[in-house]
Every structure is written in C-alpha cells, then in structure tokens.
Design a protein around this ligand. Sequence first.
Ligand code: HEC
Ligand code: HEC
Length: 323
Amino acid sequence: MKRIAATLLVALALAAGIAVVTVQVLAARSYADVPLPEVRSSTDPVVIERGAYLVNAVAHCPACHLPQGEAKSYGPLSRPQLVGGHRWDLPYGTVYSANITPSMRFGIGAWTDGEVARVIRTGVRRDGSLSPFMVLGVGDIADDDLSAIVSYLRAQAPVDRAAPQSEYNFAGRAALAFFLRPKQGLPALADAPRSEASVERGRYLVHGPANCAGCHSPSASLGAQAPLLSGGIPAFDEDEPGMETVAPNLTPDPATGVIYHWSEDDFVGRFRGGRVVPGSPMPWEAFFAMTDTDLAAIWRYLRTVEPIRHEVGPTHRAVGANP
Ligand code: HEC
Ligand code: HEC
C-alpha cells in the first residue's frame, strides 16, 4: 500500500515537473520565422501626418504607451512622446509598455521598418517573443496605414530612457505557451476610401485600427467566437479600487443597445464630450481627435450590424455589483 502511494507521488511529481518544463519551454518559443510585412517608412510629410492621426487618434497608441496617469490626462490634441512604462498588475504578471521612440538603445531606433510593422500587425517582437498586449490590444491595420504609422514613429525625437521589463508569472507563461498565438491580419479588412463616411470605412475602423470590437465584444480579444460588439467583459477600474468598468453593447438592439436612441449628431457629440468615468479604459482622449467623417462612418457601420440582446448593466459599478 505504502509503496503504491509512494510510486503515485513520484509519478505526480514527475508529471508536474514535466508540465512546468513544458510551459517554460513553450512560453519561450520564438516566432522569429513569422514573415516581416512588406512595409516601408516614408519621409513624405503627408504620410507622416496621416501616421500622426492614426497613432494619436484612431489607434490610440498613447493610451498604453504613456506612463500611468499621463495616459488619461494628456491633452486630446497633443502628440506625446511615447516613452512607455505604463504598468499593469495582472494575475499573469506585471506588464510594462515599451519605449517606442526611435532611441537606439531604449526604443525602436535599431529595428527595421518590417520589424516595427510586424509587432504592430502580429504581436511578434524583434527577438521573436510574443507581446500579449500587442496581440490583444491592436486591431488589423491595412498596409498603407501601417506604413504611415511606422513613418510617424520614425519621425519622432528619440527619448533615451528605459521602460521596465515585463515579468510574467507561471500563469502568464502558461497563457503564452498554450493560448496566445501571433495575430493573423484578416485579409477581408481592406481599406475603404478615407474621405467618405461609408459603412465600409466604419467597418474597417471598428474592427481594425480603432479596435472598438476588441473591448466591446465578450472575450473577442481571446479569439473566441463571441457575438461581436454586444458588450465587453468587466475589468477592474485602474484608478478606483473596488470598482469595475464594462464596455456597453454597441449593436442597434432597441432594448439593450446603448446608442440605439442616439442620432448621428449625438454620437459624434459624445466623442467631443470626452471622458466621464476617470478610470475607464476607453481611450476618450485619443478618439476626441478623430474627424467627424470617421466618427460618422463608425456610426453608420454600427447601425448595420446584427442587433444582439445583451444587457451588460451599469458601465461603472462596484466589483461584483452586477453578477
Ligand atoms: C493595450 C495596450 C497597447 C496598445 C493599444 C498598444 N500597445 Fe504597443 N505595446 C504594449 C505593451 C505592454 C508592449 C510591451 C511588450 C509586452 O510586454 O507586452 C508593447 C510593445 C510595442 C512595441 C515593441 C517594442 C518593444 O521593445 O517590445 C511596439 C513597436 C509597439 N508596442 C507599438 C505600438 C503602436 C504603434 C501602437 C498603436 C498602433 C501600440 N503599440 C498600441 C501595449 C500596447
Ligand atoms: C480599451 C477598451 C475600449 C475601446 C478600445 C473602446 N471602448 Fe468604448 N467603452 C469602453 C468602456 C469600458 C466603456 C464604459 C465606460 C465609459 O463610458 O467610459 C465604453 C463606453 C463607450 C460608449 C458609451 C458612452 C456613454 O456615454 O454611455 C460608447 C458609445 C463607446 N464606448 C463607443 C466606442 C467606439 C465607437 C469605439 C471605437 C472607436 C470604442 N468605444 C472603443 C471601452 C472601450
């Protein structure tokens, strides 16, 4: 009896050991063979200016690439230096955003255009490691927009300051090993003409660079087949302990769609109104700088999606208040 128990214990310990080693090895796997997008940066001021709009407004890179506090208080029309250092304390570890100024030592100064474009499109870094935040937090961006973004980043002043390294615990490494994969840009998201507030343009923005769908869909961010845009999952309020926020249902459902009773002017006007909930992750500061045309395009697209009945409850509430 004793011997059987001992054998079982040894077997269990061995299995656990194998599991730990498997997680370590898989989490450290390199994706360096993921191809670099064929994207070239440009010094054309028109392209750089379009990149400025994409980075600072639509794709809201400053929401993550500025230190705590600054990310939600920078002037909506300012173009801050993207020095990184935003810190997230998560069950998976402590994550810091990177310095993405063209500093040779501390930023992306030494990266090629293709390497910068690849981490934005797929989440794969220069060294082949995977960045979970870049996989989950950035939408699919068309080639010419991607090159405008890289062109803008290149045209910035370098800031020679190191952002702290992210540290993933066992749960984080397990997620990296088994769940997260490089993002694969959806070929269906071709860019529509920028000058028109068309439904196609709105679809591209919502599922692409503005990534509204990422936050406003239940676990869409984990790649599950979730009903798109029917509301997000609750997240801890970064600024107010004990509180949580949840992204509302954006589908045109008469009963539960938050914007069902709004007009196009109400919708655009809401974005000009800016932040109401201080700790909300919604990047109001960035979206404030979006053009009327792009906001109208988003509105027109949202009116065409399938209405889904899904009540998320109050969007800012005490943790657990809405089980
Ligand atoms: C949801 C938050 C988030 C958003 C939005 C975001 N990033 Fe990041 N990004 C990160 C984090 C965090 C890292 C650091 C890597 C890690 O540990 O995941 C990173 C890494 C990077 C890197 C690689 C640098 C390095 O040294 O690893 C580049 C380049 C980059 N981001 C560019 C961008 C651009 C351009 C945008 C806007 C289009 C953007 N990011 C939007 C969170 C974000
Ligand atoms: C990083 C996550 C995130 C992203 C990206 C995001 N949202 Fe939100 N959104 C939220 C959260 C959380 C709330 C609820 C708290 C608040 O109102 O700020 C919200 C609220 C809203 C509201 C309701 C505001 C009100 O006054 O009731 C609208 C409308 C909205 N988002 C539309 C959008 C659109 C359109 C996009 C893309 C252009 C978008 N969101 C992108 C997280 C996000």
